[in-house]
Structure formats: C-alpha cells, structure tokens
Design a protein around this ligand. Structure first.
Ligand code: ZN
Length: 162
C-alpha cells in the first residue's frame, strides 16, 4: 500500500514528467497503484498522488477493464460538455460538480511500452480528464468556481482536524 498525498501537499501542484523507461520499476509501481486505488475504492489514480512525478495514471471504472495510461495525450475532445459530481482520493470526503467534455480521444502507452489510442465517453472520459489534470498539477477543485473552491477547501480542512 502506497501513501496517497492529500490536498495541501505541494507535490500535487507539480507537473509530472514523461516516463522514459518501461521497466520493472514501472510495472511494480502500476501494481502497487492498483492495490492502493482498489483499497481506497477509487476509480482512477495518478502517479503524482503516490509521490511519483511521472506521467502515468490508472483507471478502473465499473463495467470497464482496468487500464494503464502512460505519457497520455488527449488528441480530441467533444464539443459537448456535461456536469457531474467528482471526488478524488487526494481530497477525501469532498465532492463537487465539474464541467468536462463528454467524450475524448486519447493516445498513450501501456505498461509494456505499446502505444495505443482509444475513444472514451461516459464516466471513463471524465476520469481520464481528471487524471490528466493531476499530471499537470491540477485538482478537480481547481475547476470549480473560486468561491465554491474556497468553501470546500475550508470544509476539507475542518473535517481533517476532526
Ligand atoms: Zn484525483
């Protein structure tokens, strides 16, 4: 089990760097990240959340297979956007509506170093956008209106003290 960084940790604001070698270290990291994510009942987890500043994230959305995205790039987004309540393992206990594209096309590499491209919609499209935000140092709270963000951040800090 890996420790998950939480809101307030400066590492979460950093840009992650490209994975250069698809070696055993990456395989081990992916394995541990899946264990950590499943334990926390999450549906997505980015490497930065477990203190590895690498462009890598995993997803496991209901009714979908477990997926690994390394050095991902969104190459197309739908013009249609939608609002949906999001949460994050790095901001436990807090949820907020976030507007995102309803569908995306993404290119990435899997943990074996094979490139792939896929189209996603529904919850998976949302999770992919949420996780890519992590790789760029953004949390879902950075996408809600400033006043609401401030209120939720205060609520989070209060809950953490309890
Ligand atoms: Zn998150």
């Amino acid at each position: 089990m890996l420790d998950i960084l939480t809101l307030g940790n400066e590492q979460l604001k950093k840009h992650s760097i490209l994975v250069a070698n698809f070696n055993g270290e990456i395989h081990e990291l992916v394995k541990q990240m899946f264990e950590t994510m499943h334990q926390g009942r999450g549906i997505g987890l980015a490497a930065v959340q477990v203190s590895k500043l690498l462009r890598l994230f995993i997803t496991h959305v209901e009714r979908d297979q477990a997926r690994v995205f390394i050095n991902p790039e969104i190459v197309e987004t739908s013009l249609d956007q939608g609002m949906y309540e999001e949460g994050c393992l790095s901001v436990p206990g807090i949820n907020a509506d976030v507007i995102r594209s309803l569908a995306v096309k993404v290119q990435a590499w899997n943990e074996k170093g094979r490139p792939f491209s896929m189209e996603a919609d529904g919850l998976l499209a949302r999770v992919i956008q949420h996780e890519i935000d992590h790789l760029n140092g953004l949390l879902f709270l950075d996408r809600v209106e400033a006043k609401k963000k401030e209120r939720l951040t205060k609520l989070y800090k209060r809950q953490k003290k309890l």
